[in-house]
Design a protein around this ligand. Structure first.
Ligand SMILES: [Fe+2]
Ligand SMILES: [Fe+2]
Length: 265
């Protein structure tokens, strides 16, 4: 058994430096063996500093994914390159986009990917505008068609990664945790206590990832999958299949928090 702390959407760029340091320090004091960090950690201008401080203060393995805010004021290509370089120097940090199957115990594995709202749920016509297309270089476009083609591609990339890693994990582990930023299912896209509207669903569900998860887990009903996601800042739980449950985390700007402590067998 190992004990895990899961947090998501801490948005450290909204937190004064002293409070941010205290929060990161508090993670080190948690009675856990590892930390899962589900994206929207900070913003690109501070992300590397925040991840470095996290690595220095928390003397445990930290498994993380990135959210769209982590790319703000920069580009996806640049943030990904720098994050990979940083993780190569910080052995307790693992960015799950770069990992395959992480063994937590002999019974439980972890897989994950950032994910991206890919426009395959809800309504593209009603899709809400987001700061992503103002703040992230690759998404800067006034043409809706071009924007959604790119979002679609980002979603497919997440799905391909999860297909490889989840398919490998179900071969060897009865329990699997999947950490991602964007809810992969409509049923897990909570917004203020209910399932989000069609306009939000188009931006806040990584449906390509959900399709892959469903396909793999339907083929392995004897395996159990727990998905941990965030992004909408509204908490909720969904039993998507008999063997797939999804927790969506709560968040408030300026008030980072731990979502849950739990044991994995
Ligand atoms: Fe967020
Ligand atoms: Fe987000």
């Amino acid at each position: 058994m190992r004990r895990i702390a899961w947090l998501t959407d801490p948005h450290l760029s909204y937190v004064p430096p002293q409070a941010s340091s205290e929060f990161l320090e508090s993670l080190n004091g948690l009675p856990v063996d590892a930390i899962f960090l589900g994206g929207d950690i900070s913003e690109a201008s501070r992300l590397l500093l925040d991840l470095s401080e996290l690595s220095a203060r928390v003397h445990k393995p930290v498994y993380f994914v990135l959210g769209s805010h982590d790319y703000y004021r920069s580009s996806i290509a640049s943030v990904r390159f720098q994050t990979a370089q940083l993780c190569a120097r910080m052995p307790n940090l693992t960015w799950l986009n770069q990992a395959g199957v992480v063994e937590l115990t002999t019974q439980t594995a972890l897989v994950g990917h950032d994910g991206w709202g890919d426009g395959l749920q809800g309504s593209v016509e009603e899709a809400v505008p987001m700061n992503d297309e103002l703040q992230i270089e690759e998404l800067t476009s006034f043409d809706r068609h071009t924007l959604f083609a790119k979002l679609n591609e980002l979603g497919r990339e997440a799905a391909n990664h999860l297909h490889r890693s989840l398919s490998a994990a179900v071969e060897n582990y009865p329990n699997i945790c999947l950490l991602t930023h964007v809810p992969p299912f409509r049923e897990a896209c909570w917004f203020e206590g209910a399932i989000a509207s069609d306009g939000i669903l188009a931006r806040a569900v990584c449906a390509a990832a959900g399709a892959v998860i469903e396909q793999v887990m339907k083929g392995h009903p004897e395996r159990q999958l727990t998905v941990l996601c965030g992004h909408t800042h509204s908490p909720g739980f969904a039993q998507v299949l008999p063997n797939v449950q999804v927790w969506t985390g709560a968040a408030q700007y300026g008030q980072p928090r731990v979502q849950r402590l739990f044991w994995v067998p």
